[in-house]
Each structure stands twice: as structure tokens, then as C-alpha cells.
Ligand binder design. Structure first.
Ligand SMILES: [Zn+2]
Length: 291
């Protein structure tokens, strides 16, 4: 009984959008009659559709409306943003939340064990990047298909998902940093946060953009490669190799310097997110990741 409920509950968005085939529609309707939970969910899905359609009309009319009506529009925009965040939160692959928490927790354990925050600083950007590489991928995401079939702009869907997942990873890592500051002597909270925040923002933005252009696994691979290259470069710079090949040494220095420059990384991250939003608006249908 629970399995049927879970299965048909997943079909509700498609049912509300009227894109379900006849047998599917009949199954949903017969289950709906007996399940108050699904009835409530169906109302939510229908509300999303109406809210979005109503909002589109309000915005068109807005320039000629007096201030009070404009204020109401502002409220509607906020309500709609809240609704968008709530629905997108339900559509994001649920594995993301638990997997991030487990990996960050392992980073915490290793950091506490060795009384050194390096593990967290290395792991946190990778975790966020992996999440963002699968958050807007076309792979196995019927919810995304639906979201893109509604009048909600693809860039709004992308922005809502980016905000939810990045905020979650940011919050997890921030919380862990507080714990490490209390446990590891002479850890400066601000320095610790700066150490992971900028790389996390940059790698996440990079993985998100790449995942829109290629398969998620390749996007993750490239992001991880860039992060790994940075760790290896730091090691090579302290060795003899860099002295024997001055040009190579200069290149490594520049690469390491970029990763230690928070404002450069954050600017790059902002540019990459802008590019991803622009790309989402242009991709009417998700590209088929054939290769
Ligand atoms: Zn049900």
C-alpha cells in the first residue's frame, strides 16, 4: 500500500500538468479517491500552476498600477518565491541532503582526530560541487521536465535549486567550522571559513555550469581535477621540480595563487553562475546527454 502511494505521489505533478497517459491517469484517480495525503499534494501542484499563471498576468499589468497594488505584487512575488523554493526542494534528488551530511561529518571526524582542519577544507568544496553537478542535470529528473513545462522560467528553477543546495552545504560546513573552532586550539573561525568558502563557491559554480553542457559525472571529474591540481601544485612548489623548470614553476605559482585569492574566486563564481542562468534561459529543452 505504501509503495503504491509513493509511486502515484510521484506522478501527481504530471497528473496536475495534464501530461499523464490514460492508464496512468486512471490509476492516479482511483488512488486519489482513497488517499487524503495525495489529495492535499494535488492541491499544492494545482496551486503552483495557478499561482504562476496569475503572477505572469500581474507582472504584465504592474507598470500602470498604483503603489498599493505594486506592494501587493511584491507580496505575491515573495509568496511565489517561497512556493518555488518549496516545490523545488521536493523535486531535488533526496540523496543530496544525506550524502552531503555524511561526507561533511567524516571531514569533521578526521579533522577532530588529527586536530587539523585540513580535511574539512579539502572535502567541503568537493561535496558542494558534486551536489550542484546533479542538481540541474537532465539525467533522471521527471520533476525538472515538469518544472520546465510550466510558465516558471528555467532560470528561476535553476536559481531556486542553486540557492537551496548551496545554502544547505554552506550551512553544514559553517556549523562544522564552529565545532572545529571549539575543539581545535588556535583555530580562527574567520580564517577557517575563508579557507573553504571561496573555493566552494567557485567549484560549485563550475560544476553547475559544466553539468549543463556535459554529463554530470564528467562535470564532477573536471571540477575535482582542478581542485586536486591545486593541492598537487602546492606540493610541487615546495619540491625541486619547480626550480628546475622555471616556466612550469611560474605557472604553478599562478595557479596556486588563484586558489588563495578569495575575491578572484568569488568573482569567477558569480560570472559562472550568471553564465549558467543565461544558458538555462536559452535551453528550452534539456539537451540529451547522448554521450
Ligand atoms: Zn497517496
Amino acid at each position: 500500500m505504501m509503495d503504491v502511494h509513493a509511486e502515484l505521489n510521484d506522478l501527481l505533478p504530471l497528473y496536475a500538468a495534464g501530461t499523464l497517459d490514460e492508464p496512468g491517469r486512471r490509476r492516479v484517480e482511483s488512488h486519489l479517491a482513497a488517499c487524503p495525503d495525495c489529495q492535499a499534494d494535488l492541491l499544492l501542484w494545482q496551486a503552483v500552476g495557478h499561482e504562476v499563471a496569475a503572477q505572469a498576468q500581474t507582472v504584465t499589468a504592474a507598470p500602470n498600477l498604483p503603489d498599493r497594488a505594486l506592494a501587493k505584487t511584491g507580496g505575491a512575488v515573495l509568496r511565489r518565491a517561497g512556493l518555488l523554493l518549496r516545490t523545488q526542494a521536493r523535486l531535488i534528488q533526496p540523496e543530496i541532503w544525506l550524502t552531503s551530511a555524511i561526507i561533511i561529518f567524516i571531514g569533521l571526524l578526521v579533522s577532530v582526530t588529527f586536530l587539523d582542519s585540513t580535511a574539512l577544507r579539502v572535502v567541503a568544496p568537493l561535496t558542494a560541487a558534486a551536489c550542484l553537478a546533479v542538481v540541474y542535470g537532465p539525467e533522471f529528473d521527471p520533476g525538472l521536465e515538469l518544472a520546465l513545462a510550466t510558465p516558471t522560467s528555467p532560470w528561476q528553477v535553476l536559481l531556486a535549486r542553486l540557492a537551496l543546495v548551496f545554502t544547505y552545504n554552506f550551512g553544514l560546513t559553517l556549523f562544522t567550522s564552529f565545532i572545529l573552532t571549539a575543539v581545535i586550539p588556535q583555530t580562527v573561525l574567520a580564517a577557517l571559513i575563508l579557507g573553504w568558502l571561496a573555493p566552494m563557491a567557485f567549484l560549485s559554480a563550475l560544476a553547475l555550469l559544466l553539468s549543463m553542457l556535459m554529463r554530470s559525472s564528467i562535470a564532477i571529474g573536471i571540477s575535482y581535477g582542478m581542485w586536486l591540481a591545486q593541492l598537487i601544485s602546492s606540493g610541487l612548489l615546495s619540491g625541486k621540480l619547480a626550480n628546475h623548470f622555471p616556466v612550469f614553476g611560474e605557472f604553478l605559482k599562478g595557479y596556486v595563487a588563484l586558489w588563495q585569492n578569495p575575491s578572484a574566486l568569488l568573482s569567477l563564481a558569480a560570472a559562472l553562475v550568471g553564465l549558467a542562468l543565461w544558458l538555462a534561459g536559452r535551453q528550452k529543452r534539456m539537451p540529451n546527454p547522448g554521450l
